[in-house]
Structures are given as C-alpha cells and as structure tokens.
Design a protein around this ligand. Structure first.
Ligand code: AMP
Length: 176
C-alpha cells in the first residue's frame, strides 16, 4: 500500500468535533475506489494465510473496513457496538474517556460454536486505545483469540498502541 497516497486521500479537519482536535475524515478515502480497494486487498493479503475465523469491527467506521475485509477473506463479520444497540443478549465492557465512561458490547453468541475462534479486530484509528482495549477484552471474554488488532491510522503521541500491545498484537497501516 502506498502510504503517501493513503494519507493524502484522508481529509484532515482542524478543531472538529472540538477545538484542538485534528479529525481524520476517512469518507474521502473510502470514496476513492482505487485507494479503498488497494487498502482492503493489502489487508486481505496480510491475513489470508492466518486461519482467521472472524473480523470484528468497532462501531461505526470499523464496520466499513471490517465488513469489506471479512467479505474479501470469505469469513464472518462481528459488530462491536455502543451500549444499547445490539438486540440480543450481550456482554459489555466499560472504558474511560477524557471525562467519564463509555461502553461497548458484543452479542454473547457472536462467534457461534467455534472454540477459540481466531479473530482480527479492526477500527479506522487508534488514539488513546481505550475503545480498542475494550473491544479486545470483549473478544477474549467470549473465549476467542484476538490474533491482531489493526488500524488504518495510529496517532503516535497518545500511546494507545503500546497499551493495547499488552493485550494482543497490533498492526497500524499509518503511524502519524
Ligand atoms: P481511542 O479510544 O482514544 O483510541 O479513540 C478511538 C476512536 O475514536 C476510534 O473509533 C476513532 O474513530 C475515534 N477518533 C479518536 N480520535 C480521532 C481523530 N482525531 N480523528 C478521527 N477519529 C478519531
């Protein structure tokens, strides 16, 4: 994957959603068929021989990359959602935000009858790593294995990757 082409395809919006935040808007990247296809193909290449059973994506941008990757690999997709969105019995995990808490959930039977399912977790971006840590814990709580957590963008300054590496292997396409 050509890193320059990838980063150039992502729109950067200063002071969104609040002053001081530089927001990485991936809508411009997924709207670019060449870049989006190349990205998904390169991720599929990375995982195709690793006996992956499921891709788990974190709401909501992880759904876009995760379902495209799952389809390309020919495996199932599992959504990890914000609290209160999944209709069946869930397990949940809280994580801290700058102020307060948030919570993500997964369906209790997300990996079916598969013992020790091999799962890749995906999201668009890792910042503090709180969301991803909660996602990995949910996968592990269900008795599955997070083979790797993968992100398109990694904001290096915030230290999220190092914290997540205490739980599983981590791959970031772009470190910025
Ligand atoms: P964190 O839990 O701090 O690692 O935050 C990761 C989640 O917040 C991901 O789902 C990202 O989509 C979103 N996020 C955090 N910071 C940014 C940013 N600067 N630009 C775009 N999305 C962000």
């Amino acid at each position: 994957m050509d890193s320059k082409k990838l980063i150039d395809s992502i729109r950067k919006i200063p002071d969104y959603p609040k002053p001081g935040i530089l927001f990485y808007d991936i809508t411009t990247m997924i709207g670019n068929k060449e870049v989006f296809c190349e990205l998904i193909q390169s991720l599929a290449e990375r995982y195709k021989n690793r006996e992956i059973d499921f891709i788990a994506g974190i709401e909501s941008r992880g759904f876009i990359f995760g379902s495209a990757l799952a389809y390309t690999l020919g495996v199932g997709f599992v959504p990890i959602r914000k609290k209160g969105k999944l209709p069946f019995t869930t397990v949940s995990e809280k994580y801290s935000l700058e102020y307060g808490f948030d919570e993500v959930e997964i369906h209790i039977d997300a990996f079916g009858d598969k013992k020790n399912a091999r799962v890749v977790l995906i999201d668009d971006l890792i910042a503090t790593g709180g969301t991803a840590q909660a996602g990995v814990k949910l996968i592990q709580t269900l008795g599955a294995q997070c083979v790797e957590a993968v992100f398109i963008l990694h904001l290096c300054e915030l230290g999220g990757k190092a914290k997540l590496q205490e739980l599983c292997d981590v791959h970031c396409v772009l470190d910025i």
